[in-house]
Design a binder for this molecule. Structure first.
Ligand code: ATP
Ligand code: MG
Length: 430
C-alpha cells in the first residue's frame, strides 16, 4: 500500500522550524498578558450556522472555503475558518457581558479554509487574534493596533505598512453603497466575473478585487471617506490622532473595506513588503453589529487576527533558527555507568539544568562527537571508574578543560554550576 501523506494545504511543523513558532507564541503571550488580555479557547468545530451568520453568506469564506460536514447525528458542522465567531458565541453564551465593563480576549489555534495552497496560504493555517468587547471608544481601536505593531516589532519585523480606513456606520455605508453601485454599473461588462456577481450582493468587496482591470476601475470610484457622518468622522479623527501620538505610521486606504453590515468604523491591515503575493500579516477592525447579529446584547467590539504562517516565513528570512540552550550532554559506557548516568540526568533536570542523555551505547569517541554537535555547554562522562565512585567527569566543550568531581558536588551546588555554565557559554549564544 502506498504511504499515507499529509493532506494538501496542511503541514507538519517540527524542528528546526518549530523554534520560530515557539518564539512567536512566547512573544504573543507576553505582549497580550502585559496588556491584560485573557486567553479564550473555543472548540475547533461549531454549528455551520454560526459562521454563516457570523461571517456572512456573501463572503468567499462562507460561500467557497468552509470545511462543512454532516456528523453522525445529522447536524451540519464546520471546522472554524476564523476565530471571531467562536469567541463572540462564547461571549454571548457564557454571558461575559454580564461582568460589565470591557472584555479583552485573545485566542490562538488552527483555522481551516478550502483554498488553493501556495506560499503563505494553506488549508489548515494558524491565527492569533484579539477581541475587545464592550466599548466603542476609539482608544480601543488604537490599543489593538498598537499591540499588533508591538508584537510584530518585538519579533524584529521591519518593512511593514499599516493601511487604515473607516467604513463608517450602517447608514454611512448604505449611502456609500448606493453611490458605488451607481458608479460601477456602467463598467459592469469590464469587471471580472466575481465582481460582476458582487455588484448586487456585496459591492464593497469589489474594491479589494485582485483583478487588474477591476482595480483600474475601482481606483476612480467614490471614496467612502466622503460619505462618513459627523460622528463617524469624529471617531476616525480620534483614531488617527492617537496613532500619531503613539508614533505609529499609517496610510489611508479607502479601498480597504469589508462588505458586511456589522463591520463599522475602523478597518485596517498590516502588510509586509517582504512577502510577495500573500502580503497581509494582520487584518482587523471594528464590528459593532456582530454581537447583536448573533443574538447577544448590543455590544461594540474591535479586534484583529494575525496569520502565523506568514509571520514565520518572515522570521525565517530575518533571523537564525533560535536554538534551545542545553547545559549538559551526558555520555556513558558500560552497564554500571549507563545505570548511573540515567539517575544523574534525572536528578540534574530536577535541579533545574537542561540535560540530554546519550542512549546509543556506542564507543566514547562517537558519543563525544555527538556531544560536540549537540550545542551543550558541558559534557558529563561516566565510565566504570566514575560509576563505582559516584563521580563524574565534566568537560567544558568550549575550552576543552576537564575536571573530575563527585556527583553530589554537582547536585548540591547547582547555583554555583549554573554560574559556571554561564561563564562557559560562547558569547553569541549567551
Ligand atoms: P487573504 O486576503 O490573504 O485571503 P483574508 O482577508 O482571507 O486574507 P482574514 O480572514 O482577515 O484574511 O485573516 C487574517 C489573517 O490570517 C490574514 O491576514 C492572513 O495573514 C491569515 N490567513 C488568512 N487565510 C489564510 C490561509 N489560507 N493561510 C494562511 N494564512 C491565512
Ligand atoms: Mg482569504
Amino acid at each position: 500500500m502506498a504511504n499515507i501523506q499529509a493532506l494538501r494545504g496542511t503541514k507538519d511543523i517540527y524542528a528546526p522550524e518549530i523554534a520560530y513558532w515557539q518564539m512567536v507564541e512566547a512573544v504573543v503571550r507576553d505582549c497580550l498578558g502585559r496588556a491584560t488580555y485573557q486567553e479564550i479557547r473555543t472548540p475547533i468545530f461549531e454549528q455551520t450556522d454560526l459562521f454563516q451568520r457570523g461571517i456572512g453568506e456573501a463572503t468567499d469564506v462562507v460561500s467557497k472555503e468552509m470545511y462543512s460536514f454532516t456528523d453522525r447525528g445529522d447536524r451540519s458542522l464546520t471546522l472554524r475558518p476564523e476565530g471571531t465567531a467562536g469567541a463572540v458565541r462564547a461571549y454571548i453564551e457564557r454571558k461575559l457581558f454580564a461582568q460589565g465593563g470591557v472584555q479583552r480576549l485573545w485566542y490562538t489555534g488552527p483555522m481551516f479554509r478550502y483554498e488553493r495552497p501556495q506560499a503563505g496560504r494553506q488549508r489548515q493555517f494558524h491565527q492569533v487574534g484579539v477581541e475587545v468587547l464592550g466599548t466603542n471608544d476609539a482608544r480601543a481601536d488604537v490599543e489593538v493596533i498598537a499591540i499588533a505593531t508591538q508584537i510584530l516589532g518585538t519579533l524584529g519585523l521591519k518593512n511593514l505598512s499599516l493601511q487604515l480606513n473607516s467604513v463608517g456606520n450602517k447608514e454611512d455605508r448604505q449611502r456609500y453603497r448606493d453611490a458605488l453601485v451607481e458608479y460601477l454599473t456602467p463598467f459592469k461588462a469590464d469587471l471580472d466575473k466575481d465582481s460582476q456577481d458582487r455588484l448586487d450582493r456585496n459591492p464593497l468587496r469589489i474594491l479589494d478585487s485582485k483583478d487588474k482591470k477591476t482595480q483600474v476601475i475601482a481606483k476612480d470610484a467614490p471614496s467612502i471617506l466622503d460619505y462618513l457622518s459627523e460622528s463617524s468622522k469624529a471617531h476616525f479623527d480620534k483614531v488617527q490622532a492617537s496613532l500619531a501620538n503613539l508614533g505609529i505610521d499609517y496610510q489611508l486606504n479607502p479601498c480597504l473595506v469589508r462588505g458586511l453590515d456589522y463591520y463599522t468604523h475602523t478597518a485596517f491591515e498590516i502588510q509586509s513588503n517582504d512577502l510577495g503575493a500573500q502580503a497581509t500579516v494582520c487584518g482587523g477592525g471594528r464590528y459593532d453589529g456582530l454581537v447583536s447579529e448573533l443574538g447577544g446584547p448590543e455590544t461594540a467590539a474591535v479586534g484583529w487576527a494575525i496569520g502565523l504562517e506568514r509571520l514565520v516565513i518572515l522570521l525565517q528570512q530575518l533571523a537564525e533558527t533560535p536554538t534551545q540552550s542545553l547545559d549538559f550532554y551526558v555520555v556513558s559506557r558500560g552497564d554500571a555507568a549507563e545505570a548511573s548516568s540515567g539517575v544523574l540526568a534525572h536528578k540534574l533536570r530536577l535541579a533545574g539544568f537542561s540535560v540530554e542523555l546519550d542512549l546509543s551505547g556506542s564507543a566514547f569517541g562517537k558519543q563525544f562527537k555527538r556531544a560536540d554537535r549537540s550545542g551543550a555547554i558541558a559534557c558529563l562522562v561516566l565510565g566504570d571508574d566514575e560509576a563505582a565512585n559516584d563521580q563524574v567527569q565534566l568537560k567544558w566543550l568550549q575550552t576543552k578543560e576537564q575536571l573530575t568531581l563527585a556527583q553530589s558536588e554537582l547536585l548540591d551546588k547547582s547555583g554555583f554550576w549554573k554560574t559556571q555554565i554561564l561563564w562557559n557559554t560562547p558569547k553569541q549564544q549567551a
